[in-house]
Design a protein around this ligand. Sequence first.
Ligand SMILES: [Zn+2]
Length: 270
Amino acid sequence: MMNNRHLFKFLCFASLAAPLLAQSANVQEQMTESPAVKAAVEELVLANHILYDQNAVDGYGHISIRNPNNPNAFFLARSVAPSVVTVADIMEFDMNGKALHGDTRTAYGERFIHSGILRNRPDINSVIHGHAAPILPYGMTGSTLKPVYHMSAFLGEGAPIFEIRNFAKPNIDTDMFVSNNDLGDALSKTMGLQYFVLMRGHGYAAGADSIKKVVFRSIYAIQNASIQSEAMKMGNVQYLTPGEATASQETIEKTIGRPWQLWSERVKKP
Ligand SMILES: [Zn+2]
């Protein structure tokens, strides 16, 4: 016979147990049970291929998506090159970058970029990290990456720069990798409320509320860097004003389905 105290404990456990059991399903099982998870994982795989096809990543670089059924977990491929990612490669992680479901496959060492931003920014659901060459000079020269045209208006008043030296132990050189939760938090703090952060001597991280939007932002941030570098050689650059950036971001980001369709067609298998 259960007394009231035991009954209370049982009810508390039972109410916690249901969501915990649901979350114990691995990625493949969740895809079978949930159309939202299936769509998210399949779009994540497609995004990996698009990013490679558009020269936004090479053998390195990665993209994540928050689990649509669990805000405290996200999907990210195991440690393979983006162009060869398949559904079977997708792993699930908690907000500390720990692999779920007892998955022991090798994960990206820099998954803490994703967990750090997703943990601190509930408005961001998808994160990209890459090392595209046109972006890199802006992390190391003091020249600010700013929107030179409407396509990259989300850069706003300029991309902040994450300086890993500021978070290293005194007199210790880091390997430049955001490889733990403290560095993930520091990177996210440097990003602040923006959607893009440069990493000095390394690359960048971008965020958005959807996979399509973060892919759009990464590709056009890289194009912006190339255009800005060319323009700076020719003279004084006229950047978008903060008002122009806000207005054009609102307009252009309503149309991201158009390039997404083009990029998707290019990477579809025959
Ligand atoms: Zn990296």
